[in-house]
Design a protein around this ligand. Structure first.
Ligand code: HEC
Ligand code: HEC
Length: 209
């Protein structure tokens, strides 16, 4: 079911008076209304408090934009998901349907909006011994593109440090099954991992507070 009307965000102000503060906040006002469904699942400004909804505030605009286009084109798998709160509470949808209801301009603006927000790390339990093991694996295989535990937005590879472990676990499943494609250079590194390595990595990412 389509929950997002195909609205265009008022950008008249932007094109006429780009850079004038008042116009920018007016444009964001309409945008925030359109983003209410995003907030209902991903939390206000993308700071998700639901373990199966990724935190998206503070990721780079490039990563968010690319992710939305990947969902729109169904290049990434879309899992059925239920609104945990808000006016659509209990209704089911998925990210592919959500992205298909948006224009490229909307996607671009929303990506910029979330990129300006802080990445608020999840509060979750982790196993310190496994986290220590995970750090070594990360340093050997992953840090080249996920610097500082995967906490640098400008790497454009998402944020791993402090992300909800259940979401990363699902991403691992999708990578392992081939449902979610990997960039060419991540694949050979990822394919070296055993199940125990993935478990250790999860605990490492979960250890960032
Ligand atoms: C009904 C709940 C729901 C709504 C509404 C929703 N999302 Fe999502 N989103 C998810 C789930 C769940 C995932 C994880 C992927 C999956 O399970 O398919 C996700 C994944 C994402 C990702 C990828 C994050 C990553 O780390 O790879 C981005 C970006 C994203 N959503 C942005 C948005 C934006 C922008 C909106 C609003 C236009 C939105 N989402 C609305 C539930 C939702
Ligand atoms: C050569 C660069 C590269 C290497 C090495 C690499 N990755 Fe990635 N990774 C990326 C890029 C780029 C993305 C974002 C695009 C995508 O999801 O396909 C990504 C995305 C991810 C995501 C999904 C993040 C999200 O929010 O959706 C996870 C999880 C991940 N990588 C884990 C790993 C692990 C674990 C390793 C080490 C075994 C690793 N990566 C090594 C480039 C890399």
């Amino acid at each position: 079911m389509n929950v997002l009307a195909n609205k265009t965000i008022a950008t008249v102000c932007f094109s006429l008076f780009f850079g004038i503060g008042g116009c920018i906040s007016a444009a964001y006002a309409g945008l925030e209304e359109d983003m209410q469904p995003c907030f209902d699942c991903h939390g206000k400004d993308g700071a998700s408090t639901e373990p199966d909804m990724p935190i998206i505030g503070g990721m780079s605009a490039t990563f968010i934009n690319d992710a939305m286009l990947a969902y729109r084109d169904e290049d990434w798998p879309c899992h059925e998901t239920t609104f945990p709160t808000g006016p659509h509470k209990g209704e089911k949808t998925d990210m592919c349907k959500i992205a298909q209801d948006l224009s490229e301009k909307d996607i671009e603006k929303m990506s910029e909006y979330f990129a300006e927000k802080p990445f608020v790390r999840a509060t979750q339990e982790f196993d310190p011994a496994l986290a220590e093991k995970g750090e070594k694996i990360h340093e050997e295989y992953c840090k080249k593109c996920h610097a500082e535990g995967g906490s640098v937005p400008d790497d454009d590879s998402g944020i791993l440090a402090g992300q909800w472990m259940p979401y990363i676990k699902q991403s691992f499943k999708d990578y392992s099954s081939g449902a979610r494609p990997m960039t060419k250079k991540m694949k050979p590194k990822y394919n070296k991992l055993e199940d125990a390595d993935r478990e250790a990595l999860l605990n490492y990412y979960g250890s960032f507070k």
